[in-house]
Design a protein. Structure first.
Length: 112
């Protein structure tokens, strides 16, 4: 399942290039084009889901979450932040579910 107008579906399909860091049957991780920290990776399901509210498949949810520490370990992150923006007011700008994995500098909390 993919959405013709979705930029992340185009990345999954190879229509738009990306700097991949991990891929399996269910998920793809690649470097954010506009990183907010020295290290900024996006982890997405290969199927098109608009946001976290659309994630009903517990197997896929578990897979995505369990991939975060694996990718962090692969990339050598000792400390990192994981963010899922849901809805425009939260800051979501791409409406294909994605997990941000951010590292490489001190991050303030709470976020702005
Ligand atoms: P959001 O604001 O929706 O939580 O995050 C979307 C992220 O996708 C942003 O950090 C933005 O820089 C990134 N992004 C948008 N378009 C592209 C693209 O074409 N390629 C890559 N690698 N990242 C993108
Ligand atoms: Zn999509």
């Amino acid at each position: 399942m993919s959405s013709d107008s979705c930029i992340f579906c185009k990345i999954v399909n190879g229509e738009i290039p990306s700097k991949k860091v991990f891929e399996n049957e269910m998920a793809l991780a690649f470097r954010d084009i506009n990183p907010c920290a020295p290290q900024h990776i996006l982890l997405i399901p290969k199927i098109h889901l608009q946001d976290l509210n659309a994630l009903k498949d517990a197997t896929l949810a578990g897979e995505l979450l369990s991939l975060v520490p694996k990718i962090a370990s692969q990339e050598g992150f000792s400390s990192y932040r994981t963010v899922i923006n849901t809805g425009a007011e939260s800051g979501q700008t791409v409406f294909h579910l994605h997990l941000h994995i951010i590292a490489g500098r001190n991050l303030s909390w709470p976020p702005g």
